[in-house]
Design a protein around this ligand. Sequence first.
Ligand code: SF4
Ligand code: SF4
Length: 725
Amino acid sequence: MKSLSALRSLIAGTFLAVAGLLSPLPAAAQSAYEAPLPADINTNPDLCASLPCQEVMPGADSFSERMGKPTYVEAYRTGNGDKQLVGYVFLSTDIVDIPAYSGKPVITLIGMDTQGIITGTKILRHSEPILLLGIPESVLTKFVNQYLGKYVGDKIEIGKGRDEEGYIGLDAITGATVTVIAQNQVVMRSGVAIARQVGILKVEPKPAIRFSALDEKLDWNQLVKEGSVQRLTVKPEQLGMARDSQPYVDMHFGYLNTPSVGKSVLGDGGYRNLMSRLGPDEHAIFIVSNGSDTFKGSGFVRGGIFDRVQVGQDMDAYTFRDLDYLPLWGLEAAGAPSYKESAIFVIRDPGFSAAYPWKLVFLANKLDRETGHRDFVSFDREYWVLDKYQEAGRPTVVKPDAPWVRVWKMRALEIGLFAALLVAVAVVYASRDALTRRSTRKNKWPVNAFKYTFWVISIGFVGFGLLAQPSITQVLTWFHSLLFKWEWELFLTDPFIFLFWIFIILTTFVWGRGLFCGWMCPFGSLSELIYKVSGAIGLKRFQFALPMKWHNRLKWVKYGVFFVLLAVSVFSMGLAEKLAEVEPFKTTFLVGMFNRAWPYTLFVAVLLGLSIFIERPFCKYLCPLGASLAMPSTFRWFGLKRKQECNSCKACAVGCGSLAIDEHGRIDHRECMHCLDCMILYTDEHACPPLAQERKRRTKAGLPLTPIGKDGYYIPIKPVPAAKA
Ligand code: SF4
Ligand code: SF4
């Protein structure tokens, strides 16, 4: 009971300290991080009534109502009694839905003059954690200000040095590559969409589809299998609702003008009838749907608009009114499923070409569980008439890479080097038997040369260079993703962290957490290097370890920290991210100790200062990431070797800086940092007491010191039978 209450007070103390550190957070309330926005931001016809349009269109004194598809407003300046059109203002989320690092879009208000020159950009709301606690938000503002004065038709890319290819390069933000790549797409694609709509940029009309002579009847399964019928499913959890086995909507859809598809779905008569009702530039799609909700939208009334589905092609969006709707009387294709809701929609815009890919878009409101705020989200599925149904096959289409693909391409060399480093660490550790055999207690260099080299690389290249320090926030994000919505993109956006986690997961289950923590964690390496260097320069006499009794109590604190963070994250990821500042990683590597408010700097300074005297104090007692990896280490496949004599001999335990060897000689692999000191001792026939004893016995008896056991280094300790001797 006593130790339980001690543990409770320790946990409480830790969190009070963290809360104290967090209290002087600089003006987070005024930032755009998760800033509350008007509930009708995407629908209010008077966009500028609640948004600062003048800030992005200086000189304008009045604005029109929302117009166009996608929507924008016109900006006017009044002079001599005249209202003169000076430009356009638009909201990024009305036009594109490009998630940034957080998986949510950065909502941006953009101004553009009548010549297509960007006049202003203002970030209204973002959810980028790095900009909340790491990089100051002003850096993002500085980044988006680079667009001012740029022509919307220019090829603008992140990163300098592409000028010779006709690109204009923008300065990126170190540590927020994904955010800026996504933001570049947001600004440029929004600008192009509006510039095309208002005639600043010419739209090259796409050639219309020409069908091949192929005319065959297919059953439903064949249609689905070949891709002529596509499926778009939205689950309740994707909209912030409780998980349910029934999807929110589950739509099958297809393009009916294609003779084979139209005749298979509608039957010959139905197809002929439909085609007779379509004009030359008109296209019909069908949708059938199941699920707990409707794709037609409850807001739909006669004369209204179907506000939940639309068709998108490039930057254009085609919405449907009641005049574009035809009833679908049934599915003729054999094996077609039953459905709850159906429709045929007609696209009547000559800008649409079925020869090119398009997508069915489902629009919905998503409830943000933390803020209670409803965000406008869209889900889509691509559709492209198959090669065999187009006379000349599918035209060539160059699609822009997803932001995460761009990051992988941009940093291919560093990614390759990092991957090689991880493989090298694993190979060296896998060869530990050979290395420890070549080392002795007095000469540990065969092991230490590798270990120290990897520490230096992990601090310099991985930590300060790549900013790839794994963090407990990633574990919490995964946990959240598993609970609510798994998105690979979210994890692929940071290639180094992605690769690092593959390494961490694999090595933790094979050998335990020690390979990552003891050899590759940038902060752990920094902490231990400080300890070793301090010892080497004469401070050894001040260095100490906590008594085992205290160590055995305090080591549980890190598990408490981990579980508190996990519990908090279920209710509020934002708060959990703030509390995760108990990790000194952001201050040390991402932002730099001298770029943060003093409490953060002080916290890191204390931890690193303590590392002079105690080996890895943060790793042993506080690190929630270490705790999260320690638990699965219980189930590692391979442990470190032990002899029967280890049970009574304490020699290894004395030298274990991690205090991971108990009084019975057992290694606690949850605490072990795989320093291999005990493994060096294990094979050192001069330092390992049972081996030394055996060596002396054999020498005295004139017995050979080898052969050693069949694994090449184990000296059988048990006495050799007299007869054989
Ligand atoms: S315990 Fe934490 S800081 Fe220490 S090495 Fe492991 S992950 Fe890094
Ligand atoms: S000495 Fe301790 S930390 Fe190092 S490998 Fe052995 S048990 Fe692990």
